[in-house]
Design a binder for this molecule. Structure first.
Ligand code: MOS
Length: 729
């Protein structure tokens, strides 16, 4: 199904099942432990051996020698895989550094060996006997030191243009009566998901199956095939349950490749879970940024000039963090400049983490907006309202498909009690606590991706959906079931959903908050095709056919779907593809975040007291799972504001705090009160579902709202995240 004109009324609009706060259909399986994750597929593969990953002990240089004798002789050892015996390996499209390093080392904890043994304990014990001598080479580890050598990268589908301009920024900024020129920094951050990267691999002849934990099945199949030099048709990836991804599992990582190589060497299925202490340096992370923002405004609060320049680092051949994305679109202003620059660093590779680009970008931009509002003596909500734009400010002929930022801001202000905020910092006390309120806009683009599915109707009237779409804990199973039930006119319990298997049609996958809208649109397209198959089988061709209550009706005739399917059943496969509607319209999601904090006047301890998010993101397919996404994102935003930081050892080039004890994230007790409001809207430009994403919108702006609340409480403006108490004293 090609989607190239705005959606009109369609079966989804019935809202009998879509739009309801349905519990997760996979919830009981998860809470009873019967949803089995990659490392737990004992019934499919009862005789799997265990792999232990050995990570490089230096950040850059070479392996001078590797002594495997003692490890090979250790009890239970079946094989040891290294770059020397793994055969010729290619490199996947989505990996920057090799997943199996050696003799050259590209980054700390790059995998250099896999020890395979009969038991987990034997593999772990033998791995301690691997002796490696390294020749260190000097590395570049400090973004600030490499900043001046940073270059504009090549444009790329994900990172976009490194330079955009409109009007005359320099002239307009110089002439503006009120100016801000400030630099902000965000640290390296880790996804720190609960389930580590884990895979189990089995070879049957030259066919490889990997049970893994991966957000993007088709990308993974391609990269496994390319790395091993085998046809894609010989690779099957299975990933029905994922214990968190946040972008860290967009791509196959060392666990998947090493499980495959280990299984080949040991002639047995092998499973590998990346050990927690390897996670931070072996896998990807959100790279640190330096961001300079200049804003020039008239005294009435209208922005005349805005520039946002971002710097980040990555390994050679890597990608920038596009922290300036939202500054191209969020506020009006005729004179504009954005740049993205990339420094070469020899750190573990940087990549996407929840709302790559906008999440760190909004951390800076929305403090800058707060600072500017204060200089102008205009309320921060009002300042944003005055600079709203209904068109892409760089390309004014392109309207937003839908943009209700002002309504988000005003609704949030009203519901949060913003009028009680004292604009002068440091004025409100509650015992030992200094209390402050802060706010920020939320913004994240809505991305369109092709997505396909297969649906079957059987003679029991059951509808089975198969697509390689993944559920990373977001509720995909449920919204896909809701979509199929609504479209086929059956109750929810008549739908079976099968996900995460490369044997199924290729979906959008889960990433960039595009999963919900695109994958359900693909299922909708397949169901519409199945409806046609039912109608044509019954000879219902020309008349209006209605699917409701498990029946198919046309005129006077009505038949249960089970009967219509016949003994053989009916099957249809289709997908959603997009025309150029999204080129004519800018598609984005909008919101507003409000936060109240207390700061201990003596110690500087910061406690979040309450939070509110208002989101405008098209049709909300399931308000319960959408709310869960947003409160999770708000919590992660607080982590970004106050806690999360990979502590960098600049001499040796590695992240020191490489486990969940040293890498702090908020827990429930850190956030006493959260509320989420969804504006009631549909976006007919986004898809037949008229939906968008919320999972990343929910994090964008949160950290700045916290920072602005801390400023309001204390009068201390912190521009370097995380806002730890030492920065307040
Ligand atoms: Mo997202 S960071 O694209 O999983």
């Amino acid at each position: 199904m090609k989607f190239d004109t705005p959606a009109t009324t369609n079966p989804i609009d019935q809202l009998k099942i879509i739009g309801k706060p349905t519990d997760r259909i996979d919830g009981p399986m998860k809470t009873t432990g019967t949803a089995r994750y990659a490392y737990e597929r004992h019934t499919e593969v009862p005789n799997a051996a265990y792999g232990w990953v050995v990570g490089a002990g230096i950040a850059k240089g070479r392996i001078a020698s590797m002594d495997l004798d003692a490890a090979r002789a250790a009890p239970g050892v079946l094989a040891i895989v290294t770059a020397r015996n793994a055969g010729k390996l290619g490199k996947g499209d989505f990996n920057t550094a090799k997943l199996l390093g050696g003799p050259e080392i590209d980054h700390y904890h790059q995998a250099v060996a896999l020890v395979v043994a009969n038991t987990f304990e034997q593999a772990r014990a033998a791995a301690q006997l691997v002796r490696i001598a390294y020749t260190r080479a000097p590395g570049r580890f400090d973004l600030a030191a490499e900043k001046d050598a940073a270059q504009m990268p090549k444009a790329d589908p994900f990172s976009g243009e490194p330079l955009t301009k409109a009007g005359d920024f320099a002239g307009a900024f110089a002439a503006a009566p009120v100016q801000l020129d400030a630099t902000y920094t965000t640290p390296d951050e880790s996804h720190a998901m609960m389930e580590p990267h884990a895979s189990m691999a089995q070879w049957q002849g030259d066919k490889l199956t990997i049970w893994t934990s991966n957000q993007m099945i088709a990308w993974g199949v391609g990269d496994v095939a390319k790395t091993l030099g085998i046809p894609k048709a010989n690779v099957r990836l299975v990933s029905p349950f994922i214990g968190g991804g946040f972008g860290g599992k967009l791509f196959v990582r060392a666990d998947a490749l090493l499980a495959a190589l280990g299984a080949r060497a040991a002639k047995r299925p092998v499973k590998v879970a990346l050990q927690r202490p390897l996670m931070m340096n072996n896998t990807t992370h959100r790279p640190a940024t330096i961001q300079r923002i200049r804003i020039g405004a008239e005294r009435d609060g209208k922005i005349a000039a805005i520039a946002h320049e971002g710097w980040s680092g990555d390994l050679p051949g890597g990608q920038p963090e596009t922290a300036v994305n939202q500054s191209r679109l969020l506020y009006a202003g005729a004179n504009r400049l954005t740049t993205t620059r990339l420094a070469v660093l020899d750190l573990p590779e940087g990549n996407a983490m929840r709302a790559p680009g906008e999440a760190p970008g909004m951390m800076a931009l929305e403090i800058a907006m707060d600072e500017m509002a204060e200089k102008l003596a205009i309320d921060p909500v009002e300042f944003r309202v005055r600079n709203d734009t209904q068109v892409d400010p760089e390309k004014p002929q392109r309207p937003f498909s839908q943009r209700r930022l002002i309504e988000c801001l005003r609704t949030g202000a009203e519901r949060f009690g913003w009028s009680r905020r004292n604009a002068t910092p440091g004025q409100q006390r509650d015992g030992r606590w200094l209390v402050g309120m802060g706010m920020a806009a939320a913004f994240r683009n809505n991305l369109l991706m092709k997505s396909a599915a297969r649906v079957r109707l059987d003679n029991r009237g059951m509808v089975t959906v198969e697509t390689d779409m993944t559920d990373i804990g977001t509720g995909t199973y449920t919204i896909i079931a809701q979509t199929a039930a609504e479209t086929m006119g059956v109750p929810l319990d008549r739908v079976l959903v099968r996900l995460g298997d490369s044997a199924y049609p290729v979906s959008s996958g889960s990433g960039g908050q595009w999963g919900a809208n695109n994958s359900t649109s693909g299922v909708y397209a397949a169901c519409m095709k199945l409806r046609e198959a039912v109608a044509s089988k019954l000879g219902f061709g020309a008349v209006d056919v209605e699917f409701a209550d498990g029946m198919v009706r046309a005129g006077e005739r009505a038949l249960p779907l089970a009967e219509a399917a016949g003994a053989e059943g009916l099957m249809a496969e289709d997908g959603i593809e997009y025309g150029d509607l999204d080129k004519k319209y800018q598609q984005s999601t909008f919101g507003a975040h409000f936060v109240e904090v207390g700061v201990d006047a003596a110690t500087g301890e910061i406690r979040v007291r309450r939070m509110l998010a208002v989101c405008a993101a098209g049709r909300i397919l399931n308000p319960k799972s959408a709310r869960s996404q947003v409160i999770g994102a708000m919590t992660m935003g607080v982590g970004g504001a106050l806690m999360e930081e990979l502590a960098l050892d600049k001499r040796h080039g590695f992240f020191v705090n490489h486990d969940l004890a040293g890498y702090e994230v908020p827990v429930h007790a850190d956030i006493p009160h959260q509320e989420v409001i969804f504006l009631d809207e549909t976006d007919p430009i986004s898809s037949p579902m008229k939906a968008k994403g919320v999972g990343e919108l929910g994090i964008c702006g949160v950290a700045a709202a916290v920072a602005n609340a801390v400023y309001n409480a204390t009068g201390v403006r912190v521009r370097n995240y995380p806002i730890t108490l030492d920065k307040l004293l």
